[in-house]
Design a protein around this ligand. Sequence first.
Ligand code: ZN
Ligand code: ZN
Length: 252
Amino acid sequence: MRDLLFPPKCSACGQLLDWMPEATASTPIRAALCPACHKKWENERLETCGICAKPINECSCMPKILQTAKCKGFYKLVYYEAQKVAPVQNKILYHIKRKRDVHAIRFLSTELATSVEELIQAEELAREDLVITYLPRTHAARLEFGTDQAEELARELADVCGLPMVQCIRRRYFFNGKQKRLSYTRRIKNAEQAFLPSRDVSCKGKTVLLVDDMVTTGAGAARGTKILRRAGAKAVYCFAIASDIVNKDTVR
Ligand SMILES: [Zn+2]
Ligand SMILES: [Zn+2]
């Protein structure tokens, strides 16, 4: 019914969607991208990391600041390059940030879920020890766009993986700075002050999967990792849709 009132459109190019991909019983996802954009997205996913030369899904490179915070692994779907001529990743990121695009969020969460399952297998993690959390957006941004894309991604990812989603990190209320306009050092300093542990949620003894939509400097994710570890998390792994390849501090 909703699709009749709001015909489904491609999250990247805006073209009307007239195809429905195969949906499985466990993950009934509807298309977020048209066939052409989906193909482009798949190609972007196949790109190799400029630092370790591995395909992005096997790459474990992370900003140094994240490594220093003792993040155990950093999983991303794509590397982000602002200079690139409008690839699908840029558009889909923009789309989930500005609009409440549930199909795009569902699609990206399903893509991220593959990394989560690979991690569980590779590290032999106990599912009952796992929780998913996220790095909350500023209150101002939440009001402006009516959504917190990191929270929605985390909720969907938890749903797809059958894991609990808990809010372990909160934003300091009076912090309204716009990260985007700030210098690298200033962003790191701000991130230090922006996040706090949640008052009544414990992640003690848990392996926490920290979700963010886009990791640029890594300052926010690093701060989040520190908070979770101080709160007693056994291990913290970060998950993002995209990571900024031009981050000068990325290490293997
Ligand atoms: Zn398209
Ligand atoms: Zn790499």
